[in-house]
Design a protein around this ligand. Sequence first.
Ligand code: XMP
Length: 326
Amino acid sequence: NWTMESFITKEIARIRELCGPKGRVIGAVSGGVDSTVAAKLMKEAVGDRFHAIMVDNGVLRMNEAKEVREMLSENLGINLTVVDASDRFLTKLSGVEDPETKRKVIGNEFIHVFEAEAKKLAEEEGSKGPVEWLLQGTLYPDVIESVSFRGPSATIKTHHNVGGLLADMKLKLVEPLRELFKDEVRALGRLLGIPDRLVQRHPFPGPGLAIRILGVVTREQVQILQRADDIYISEIRAAGLYDQIAQAFAVLLPVRAVGVMGDKRTYEQVVALRAVTSEDFMTADWFAFPPDVLRKISSRITNEVKGVNRVTYDISSKPPGTVEWL
Ligand code: XMP
C-alpha cells in the first residue's frame, strides 16, 4: 500500500539509480513549494551533487532572494547560487506595458540567465564531476494538462523552454514530483522537514510583480508594490487567515486618484487587493475578509507606503475575472 514514507524511500532510490554515482544535478528554485520540495528531495538523494540556482529577476516579493537563501542554504543545507539579474530584467522590461510581452521578456531572460549559470557550474568540473541532470518540479497536473497557465513564461515549467540546456549541454530531465498532486507535494515537504510556513505558501507567478504592476515596470513601481504586498500578507498572517486563502496579493494600478493629506490635495496611486479561495485556480471566489482586517490593511498601506493614497478590494470571481489582473 502506498504511503508518502514509502514514496520517499522509493523515489530516493530511483533518483540515485537514475543519476548514477558521479553526475551532478542542477535545478532552478523560486522560493515556491514545488521547487523547494523537489530541491530538498534531490539533496536527500544525491547530497552535494545537487546545486540549486535562484534567479532574482527584480520583480520578486520583498526580501524574497534573502529568504530563499536563508531557507535553502542555511536551513536545508542545499548548495545554492543566487544570481542578481534584476538590472538586466528591468532594463528589458522598460517601457513594456503589454502583459504577454512582459511574460515573454521575463521567460526569455530567465532562460538566458539560468543557462549562463548552468554553464559556469559545468565548467568548474575538476573533482566535482560533470553536470548531467536538470531537476524540474513538474507536478502531475502539469503533466496531464500541458497548458496550465496562459502566457509564454509558463513555458519555463514545460520541457520545451529548457530546450537549450537539454540540447546544448545534453542535460537529462529528472522530475521527482511528476506523479504528485499539490496537496501531496505539501505532505511530502512536511515529511522532509520543510517548515509549514513554506509548505503552505500561496503560489506566485513566474513573471512575478511585473504582471501585478498594470502599467510600465520600474524599480520605483516594484518597490511601492513590494511594500504594499508585504503589509497585506503580514496582516493576513497576523489575523490567522493565510491558510484559508488560496492566493492573496496586491496589484498596483497605473492611475492617480485624488486624496487629501493635512490641508493639501494629493494625486497618488491606487492599490487593489486580491484574495481568493479556490480548489484548482480554474474557478475562484473572492475571500470574505472580516471588515476590521481590511480596515487595518488599508490604513497601514496608505500611511506607510509613499505614493499610494487609496486602496480597493477586488470582489470579482473567476469567471468572469481571472485571479491575476493581467
Ligand atoms: P489566472 O489569472 O489565469 O491565474 O486566473 C490562475 C493561476 O495561475 C497563476 N498565473 C501564472 N503563473 N505564470 C505563472 O507561473 C504566469 O504567467 C501566470 N499567470 C497566471 C496565477 O497566479 C494563479 O495562481
